[in-house]
Ligand binder design. Structure first.
Ligand code: FAD
Length: 289
């Protein structure tokens, strides 16, 4: 974890683009609450194969206009070079200077892979297209990507994204800080020297957390799962326990030198703010910088 300590800490919140005007209105309120904490940036997800393209663009430009730097996610799977190129130019023309570059996942049966097959190819393409204009974030997987051939192969593939020009990485969420420490150590040994920022998923709902974690390969430790199960429908206890578990993990991560945190907000303010405030991130300048 030594090299991670050299990086300035940065804090960010991720949203998904709302489907309805009511959802957008709610997101504005959430955005206002989170903006008061002065995060370094917001980010907005992008649906597989461009399925949220217009909504992602609209949401990014709206949030950016309100004064906090906002990064669109951009996935290459199922897309053409022409489309990616047009999107990059549009973002560049509108003052966007950070992009989260991903492969993405096509739903089964939906179209072909497209012209770029992996995120490292997308990073390379962005650099060819826009030079150094964008600060490029890529994904990293402390518990390894579910389709990875092996842990070693996944790390080598991560390195390809860094070698192609990624500036920093955001991890898939996890609840085991040791997985992150070990991943970072191995990355450092391979000569990877970009910030690897932990992605943080607050725990608020047992069923959806289990479903989503199964899909993306994030492990819920047995003791956490058993305790959440035991709470049954008692949502308040689930939230309180989840807040404690995630706050403790974030404290450990930051103390060990993690270069910030990226919150998967699911467009909710409260669970993220509670963790943020428990960590004292707004009060203690020296923690942040
Ligand atoms: P890659 O880095 O391309 O890796 C995908 C798999 O292929 C891995 O198993 C890797 O080991 C392997 N691989 C990589 N490169 C090569 C290569 N050159 N040759 C052979 N094998 C290779 N999904 C969305 O649809 N929209 C989003 O907005 C979104 N945001 C995300 C944000 C973050 C921070 C994270 C962590 C994930 C996000 N995802 C999103 C999910 C992501 O798209 C999936 O996890 C997807 O399966 C992999 O994307 P990637 O960019 O990590 O792919």
């Amino acid at each position: 974890m030594n090299s991670q300590k050299q990086f300035k800490r940065r804090f960010s919140f991720e949203f998904f683009p709302p489907k309805t005007p009511a959802g957008m209105e709610k997101l504005q309120t959430v955005r206002d609450e989170l903006a008061r904490r002065k995060p370094d940036f917001f980010s907005v997800t992008y649906g597989a194969g461009g399925s949220t393209q217009e909504r992602t663009i609209d949401t990014v430009l709206k949030l950016q206009d309100q004064g906090i730097s906002t990064a669109p996610h951009l996935s290459c799977v199922g897309s053409t070079l022409e489309n990616i190129s047009a999107l990059l130019s549009h973002y560049q023309d509108n003052g966007i200077n950070r992009i989260v570059a991903l492969r993405g996942d096509l739903p089964s049966g939906m179209g072909s892979a497209g012209e770029l097959r992996y995120a490292n190819e997308l990073v390379e393409f962005i650099r060819q297209h826009s030079g150094e204009h964008f600060n490029i974030e890529v994904a990293a997987y402390p518990e390894f990507h579910p389709q990875a051939e092996s842990a070693e192969a996944d790390l080598l593939n991560f390195k390809k994204k860094v070698d192609a020009g990624a500036n920093s990485a955001i991890t898939q969420y996890f609840y085991n800080a040791d997985a992150y420490f070990y991943f970072v150590e191995r990355a450092e040994k391979m000569g990877i020297d970009i910030p690897i920022v932990p992605g943080i998923m607050p725990i608020t709902n047992y069923t959806s957390l289990i479903r989503f974690s199964d899909m993306c390969g994030a492990e819920i430790p047995r003791w956490v799962k058993k305790q959440l199960e035991a709470y049954g429908d008692d949502i308040d206890s689930i939230k309180k326990f989840g807040e404690e578990v995630v706050t403790n993990m974030c404290e450990r991560l930051l103390t060990a030198g993690a270069p910030g945190l990226h919150f998967y907000t699911l467009n909710q303010a409260e669970p993220n703010l509670k963790i943020w405030d428990n960590l004292g991130l707004s009060d203690e300048e020296q923690i942040r910088f």
